[in-house]
Design a protein around this ligand. Structure first.
Ligand code: ME8
Length: 509
């Protein structure tokens, strides 16, 4: 039986246009999807858009459009950006699609029939930007404790989900499954939150109508988070059994930002428990990007637009930078200086230079024909060993979503490659005909290491890796087996590489 891997991103609100925060989560999911596919998994990678709720309705009113017109317009921006970033999801779900509405209605009905949804009355403070209710005591200076904006008092008839009933079961699940919520600091926050006690959750609204109607009571629309979270199963065809839902659920990992952890680690699992469905294997909350030291916001006009970054620096530089610069799970700061520095030092100097130097030498000393290696000397064997260790390290790192650490492991090998050239000094050996075989072994080792490096990099920088593999005469689509040592065949034509990443003048920034 083949192994499967299911990864999701949040579905993004269509009242805002995509920025680097959205690109970040989606790129991380894309890297994981590509890597797992390389390793032979059958992968389902889901992203999409969250199109219902008061926030979207208000934005549409302000723009003089219907909510669906707004959604149709903004969804294209998200899809175009994913294309532009070489992000290739298996499916893109929109919560206004029939398949989604059908699944949401189904799960609502099921939990209602089962007794965990009941009709009651709600009175509390509501923050529209966050689509969240707060109690009086949770407010800070009368404002929303999350975003600091004003809240409004809402009183309405509402359907409630009996979340309180699941408090102990959820806590037991979190405690029995240390990997369920990651990273650890976030897990502790959730444990503390659940221990404080779970209230029943209001899951319908009557004050507006842009949403999925409650079955058999159309005065109510279903709460946008109940609607949105369900996308993770409706995209798989839920409630239909036997297809993708049976194949891919429970999800391997929900990737999200830390801002929406509670919805994913408390609400969603309890909805699933009530519906009798298995829980996600992992919810990973990554950190938050600031920009040049400041919170990214429309009012500060410092929102980083990914299209602009790609036009200026190239797709793969952006993909690399976002995953390399900050350990996944921690907060980070975006700056042009840091990005240019990474391009110049990691990509141009280390990665690009190694490929240039080595392909140039094979051309100079062997007319561009890869020589047959002789026995490996100690230096060569150590370099090969380091490469093999890197392959295993990357696997472990990506299982922990440690993208940055995984890239560091790859870059240690790249640096070792540049050092290996300096230590073996091929230019000296080239002068001595007796050292011909030794020189050939060194060239083979250098290129074979880079073949493995670039196969791993196909997950992170698909275009660059394909280009580099092309110079190495490797055109087959890479597979996991190709990570084994010895794939390059003597006699292969090695093209002299052009610069993979031109240096950028730092003063231009
Ligand atoms: O919350 N740094 O949608 P959303 C890092 N529709 N990541 C960021 C970020 C930043 N500064 N800003 C945004 C929603 N993100 C709901 C989700 S899921 C069932 C429903 C990323 O459009 C991060 O992934 O506000 C965050 O969780 C997501 O965008 C929020 O996107």
């Amino acid at each position: 039986m083949s192994r499967t891997f299911y990864v999701t991103t949040p579905i993004y609100y269509v009242n805002d246009v995509p920025h680097i925060g959205h690109a970040y989560t989606t790129l991380a999911a894309d890297v994981l999807a590509r890597y797992k596919r390389l390793k032979g998994y059958e992968v389902f990678f889901l992203t999409g858009t969250d199109e219902h709720g008061q926030k979207v309705e208000k934005a549409a009113n302000a723009a003089g459009e219907t909510p669906l017109e707004l959604a149709d317009r903004v969804v294209k921006r998200f899809q175009a950006l994913w294309d532009k970033l070489d992000v290739a999801p298996t499916d893109f779900i929109r919560t206004t699609q029939e398949r989604h509405k059908k699944g949401v209605t189904h799960i609502f009905r099921q939990i209602l029939a089962q007794g965990d949804i009941y009709l009651g009355e709600y009175e509390d403070w509501y923050c529209t930007p966050c689509e969240t209710f707060w109690t009086e005591t949770q407010l800070i200076d009368g404002n929303c404790p999350d975003c600091n904006r004003p809240v409004e008092k809402l009183k309405e008839e509402s359907y409630f989900f009996r979340m309180s009933k699941y408090q102990d079961r959820l806590l037991a699940h979190i405690e029995a499954n240390p990997d369920f919520i990651q990273p650890k600091s976030r897990r502790n926050e959730i444990i503390a939150f659940v221990k404080e006690g779970l209230r029943d959750l209001s899951i319908s609204r009557t004050s507006f109508n842009w949403g999925i109607p409650v079955p058999d009571n159309e005065r109510h629309v279903i709460y946008v988070w109940f609607d949105a979270l369900t996308n993770y199963i409706t995209a798989l065809g839920y409630p239909e059994q036997g297809g993708d839902f049976t194949r891919y659920w429970p999800v391997d990992v929900h990737l999200i930002g830390k801002d929406i952890l509670r919805f994913h680690a408390v609400y969603w699992p309890t909805f699933l428990m009530a519906a009798g469905l298995p829980l996600p294997k992992k919810v990973f909350a990554h950190g938050w990007w600031t920009v040049e030291g400041q919170k990214m916001s429309k009012s500060l006009q410092n929102v980083v637009e990914p299209n602009m970054l790609v036009d200026k620096y190239g797709i793969d530089a952006v993909r690399y930078f976002l995953l390399r610069e900050v350990p996944f799970g921690l907060d980070g700061d975006f700056s042009h200086t840091a990005l240019v520095h990474r391009i110049n030092s990691d990509l141009a100097n280390d990665l690009g230079n190694l490929l240039n130097r080595s392909t140039a030498m094979v051309n100079k000393y062997f007319d561009g024909v890869l020589p047959q290696p002789g026995p490996l000397a100690e230096l060569d064997a150590a370099f090969r060993g380091k490469t093999e260790t890197m392959v295993a390290q990357l696997d472990a790192c990506l299982d922990e979503l440690a993208f940055s650490k995984g890239l560091q492991a790859i870059w240690e090998v790249i640096s070792a490659g540049n050092k290996y050239i300096d230590e073996t000094a091929p230019w000296t050996l080239a002068k001595d005909p007796a050292q011909r075989e030794r020189l050939g072994t060194i060239m083979y080792t250098l290129l074979e290491v880079q073949r493995i490096v670039h196969i791993l990099l196909t997950a992170f920088m698909p275009r660059t890796a394909a280009k580099a593999l092309g110079y190495l005469g490797w055109s087959a689509p890479p597979r996991g087996e190709d990570l084994r040592w010895g794939g390059l065949v003597a006699g292969t034509h090695i093209a002299k590489a052009e610069a993979l990443f031109p240096r950028i003048e730092e003063k231009d920034e």
